[in-house]
Design a protein. Structure first.
Length: 294
């Protein structure tokens, strides 16, 4: 299998190849990392070329953080049109949060983007809503990277740790991460006390004196997580960490988190940031091996 890295996921693609080489995946899968080049024309258009020869089966790995990243992915797919099987891995899919129509005339942008992806198999990682997978014209699988975050947390020294989701909609993420640890997990519940007063606290567990890890699929502007950090510290939490699969961390999000008192930020490399301390490469490598078997 040839692995082609898009410009947003070159480090991750290299790690996927390494994961294939150092695990039992090599029993069913051999990989070859192809070299590509990307540059801008004077008018701003993107030029993309796969320099190495493209084999019969390719896996393109490219997060679509920006619009340009999406164009690069579409160009790479087209460059591989002669391959007999094209697998596309989108570790972070931009526009996935625009999955509903709220006003007349609005597009469902996640659907519009998904319909542009033409491949045999499409893999996403902790996509915002799995219903988006139905929009792809391909076999689709959403991979779960939260156990990898759990394994990383397991190697850290915490005082009576607790994993908390910011709301009940993300409780499955907290549960999945904590399954690797065998520790408590909970979610924050909002209770309206009056017209202007809202109480926010863990649903079932007291945080006093405990190290707390707030976990969600995405941290974008950081506003909600920063508010949660401040709240938990006021409630007596010992140290508070923020964890996520996709570290969008736009604008001054990191500063917001540290100003609120976060001890550290734990994220994966679906988006390559300075806080991307957990690699999803083993998850992707295992999925590729399964594809090869069938």
């Amino acid at each position: 299998m040839d692995i082609i890295a898009g410009p947003a996921s070159q480090l991750l693609a290299g790690r996927v190849k390494e994961a294939i080489e150092v695990t039992e995946v090599t029993e069913v899968l051999e990989s070859n990392l192809l070299i590509s080049e990307f540059k801008k024309f004077p008018d701003g258009e993107l030029y993309t070329r796969v320099v190495d020869d493209i084999g019969p089966e390719v896996t393109i790995i490219q997060s679509t953080v920006t619009d340009t990243d999406l164009i690069a992915l579409l160009q790479l797919i087209d460059a591989c049109s002669d391959a007999s099987r094209v697998n596309v891995v989108i570790p972070y899919m931009g526009y996935a949060r625009q999955d509903k129509k709220f006003k007349p005339g609005e597009p469902i942008s996640a659907r519009a983007i998904a319909r542009t992806i033409k491949a045999d198999n499409v893999y996403t990682i902790n996509i915002h809503d799995t219903s988006i997978l139905d929009y792809f014209d391909a076999k689709t699988v959403d991979l779960d990277a939260t156990p990898m975050i759990g394994k990383y947390i397991k190697n850290m020294k915490f005082i009576n740790p607790l994993i908390i989701a910011p709301d009940d909609g993300a409780i499955h993420i907290a549960k999945s991460a904590s399954s690797e640890l065998g520790i408590d997990y909970d979610y924050l519940e909002k209770t309206r006390l009056s017209g202007e007063t809202v109480s926010i606290q863990p649903k079932n567990v007291n945080v006093k004196g405990r190290d707390v890890i707030i976990i969600d699929d995405i941290i974008s502007t950081g506003g909600t997580v920063a508010e949660t950090i401040s709240l938990l510290r006021k409630q007596g939490a010992h140290e508070v960490y923020a964890a996520c699969v996709h570290p969008v961390l736009s604008n001054n999000a990191i500063l917001k988190l540290f100003k609120a008192g976060v001890k550290g930020i734990i994220a994966t490399d679906t988006i390559d940031k300075g806080v991307s301390v957990v690699s999803v490469a083993p998850v992707i490598a295992s999925a590729m091996a399964l594809t090869k078997r069938f």
